[in-house]
Design a protein around this ligand. Structure first.
Ligand code: AFP
Length: 341
């Protein structure tokens, strides 16, 4: 056997770690403090991942009996993930404020005169916890040149984010981070306990292949949404070019769509008159990542990134993914609203 072949198959060249990647781009994409913040988010992600992996062994399944600010039952793992993220970022030395989907009020972090505001959903898709299906953490990062004093100081359009990302606790744990210029994906190697660069410079495939929407909400949808979905189904008349996938965990659906070429839809409907998803914790970060990856987002008539929130826990209709699938929604939304609905 050729010695070089056997050696290379036994010893793959080591991949770049998350920390090496950040350090290699210091001064280009990351200043010292942003580099440090991302490294700390990576640490929090590893800590949450290890708890998720043990769900069912340690007692973190099920509900605590508390109800969060969104009116939902709090899962034990939600609280653990929230606490982990808050404690790690509080000690990072570069954060001045935090806002979590699980906390009613924002958290002022003492110390620095300026620094980052991180808004996050510690565990998206929490109803999937006890069925061992993918869940994730979503975050958006803003820079504050002075310390925020009130909630109003944090009600900024998503366009002002300097970076955003998510972590998925699925068949593997992945960490995806975007700034305005590129999106990179890292996979946690459980042997070394390190995130390794696995998909550099991710972009959406051009072709729309997958629609992620909960069709059992259709009875509550506005008419234009039903029409848009019917129009998409017509594409399959002669040959199947589209399929449906809905995990029920926005971040996992988004990641699947980013890799495979899909769109995720959650419209405003009769049950969710202002939408179900949270603008600051879920939609803004994913819209930011989508656009950096060559995709699009809309709330119906424009990007959610242009909305100035009225409150931290604001909800919105949200459509995100491959351009074709988002543009179709905007066409149907605009037709209906210009007809007076
Ligand atoms: P949970 O965190 O309560 O499971 O909600 C998840 C979510 O916000 C989003 O991740 C899902 O895509 C969406 O709700 C699912 O909502 P439906 O159950 O109405 O389809």
């Amino acid at each position: 056997m050729d010695n070089s072949t056997s050696r290379s198959s036994l010893h793959e060249p080591p991949r770049t770690t998350l920390t090496q990647h950040i350090l290699s781009q210091r001064g280009l994409r990351f200043n010292e403090r942003l580099a440090s913040l991302l490294t700390q988010i990576g640490v929090a992600a590893k800590m949450i991942s290890s708890q998720v992996r043990r769900a069912g062994i340690i007692e973190v399944w099920g509900e605590t009996g508390d109800v969060n600010v969104q009116g939902e039952d709090v899962q034990k793992l939600d609280m653990i993930a929230n606490e982990t993220f808050v404690q790690v970022l509080k000690r990072s030395g570069c954060v001045v404020a935090l806002a979590s989907e699980e906390e009613e009020d924002w958290i002022s972090v003492e110390g620095e005169e300026n620094g980052y505001f991180v808004a996050f959903d510690p565990l998206d898709g929490s109803s999937n916890i006890e069925v061992s299906t993918s869940i994730g953490t979503i975050f958006g990062i803003y820079y504050c040149s002075t310390r925020p004093k009130t909630e109003a100081d944090l009600l900024r359009p998503g366009r002002e984010m300097v970076g955003a990302g998510y972590v998925i606790y699925g068949s593997s744990t992945v960490f995806v981070y975007a700034d305005a210029t590129r999106v990179d994906c890292f996979t946690l190697d459980p042997t070394y306990g390190e995130f390794l660069l696995s998909r550099p410079q991710l972009t959406f495939p051009a072709a729309l292949t997958t629609i992620s929407v909960n069709e059992y909400n259709q009875p509550y949808w506005p008419q234009w949404m039903c029409q848009a979905i019917d129009r998409l189904k017509e594409r399959n008349r002669d040959k199947r070019v589209l399929t449906g996938r809905h995990i029920g965990s926005l971040v996992a659906d988004f990641h699947r769509n980013l890799i495979k070429g899909g769109v995720y839809y959650y419209p405003v409907d009769r049950n969710n008159k202002r939408g179900k998803l949270r603008l600051i914790y879920e939609c803004n970060p994913l819209a930011f990542i989508a656009r950096a990856a060559g995709g699009l987002d809309t709330w119906g008539a424009g990007s959610v990134l242009d909305l100035t929130p009225d409150e931290l826990h604001q909800r919105t209709g949200f459509y995100v993914g491959v351009r074709d699938g988002v543009e179709l929604i905007e066409r149907y939304f605009n037709e209906e609203t210009s007809n007076g609905e």
